[in-house]
Design a protein around this ligand. Sequence first.
Ligand code: NAD
Length: 392
Amino acid sequence: MSKQIVILGGGYGGLLAALSARSHMSAEEATITVVNRYPTHQIITELHRLAAGNLAEKAVALPLEKLLRGKQINLMIDTVQEIAPDQKTVKLAGGAYLKYDALVVALGSETAFFGIPGLQEHSFILKSVNDANKLREHVEARVAAYSQTGNKADATFVVGGGGLTGIELVGEFADMLPGLCRKHGVDFNDIELYCVEAAPSILAGFSPDLVEHAQKSLEKRGVKFLIGVAITEMQPTTVSLKDGSTIETSTLVWTGGVQGNSVVANCGIEVNRGRATVTETLQSTSHPDVFLAGDSAVVMSPEGRPFPPTAQLAWQMGELVGYNLFAYFNGAKMDTFQPVFSGTLGSLGRKDAFGTIGGNKTKLKGLPASLMKEASNIRYLSHIKGLFSLAY
Ligand code: NAD
């Protein structure tokens, strides 16, 4: 009888797990159902560009129905409410219960607000196409409002967190705001664009010369960095900082960190700080019929440190899980997860970027980095296309 595979999440991990599983198993062998909150596979690594109007929505929101068409993969657009691993069921917000023989959890991560007062209520985040659209519309509306009222909070934009998400977003804002100002008759010199970082430096983990390149490039375009000072509170239009100072702003975008998905954290499978712990074959350490792909899991390096939750890791995990599902049902030997790191590239707006390639060995800055970043996006899209053609 056909095995029931339920895949929770249609992001990098979930989509690749589904396509990869289907490339190893026919519809007679396995029924595959993908559940996703949105009808689209979202290229979340490019959301900063959508937030700045530097990309069309259709480039970052690919219809799942189209990606899965003809592959005999069922698609349910719904929100996962509860996973009951001991009963082998999943409850969806729409009321459906799904029963599985094997489950893939690929629900990604959530924004971490760290209990900072007012932050969740009064800040914008950048985790979905909706978030990016909302932010772009809001920024334009604030610039337009400033042109009418001269209210300084409307001309002040704050990005909280100087990790890759915050830096890529502030770079887009730096490129976008001069044009918006021209459109609404505002002097760009009136605009204040801040990036606030609690740690002693932005971009933790990057070499000092790359950090300096990023910071100088952004400062040249008007970004003001407040480094070594944490955001401690957000009121509707006031950001409070650890040093006692405040910034009046109608726009705080919070990019201060991510945490495991709360549905996964609370479902009863073994977790470490909210992220599922996995074996080297990417099975839950407590429930071997539950496989994990992407940010919902914590994968430890041989040195015992968690690998950062990135898109490149998620798609490699998804692909391996697809094969391991086949092995699991057929008593074959499962593959172990051996991540390949191609490097990390971050954009600094439309014309600049920085990062490392070749397993983090080669540093890149400027145009070569921008071109490599663009190439890595294209590589991902052609990869899913390739897998699609392989599927049964
Ligand atoms: P992050 O955790 O990497 O960075 C968050 C930053 O916010 C940190 O520098 C932290 O010190 C700072 N911060 C935390 N609390 C603060 C506070 N109260 N006030 C001010 N600053 C505060 O989060 P991220 O940037 O969203 O990245 C998440 C993961 O996604 C990382 O693994 C990252 O490498 C990955 N990512 C990769 C890319 C890329 O490859 N281009 C892009 C975006 C994200």
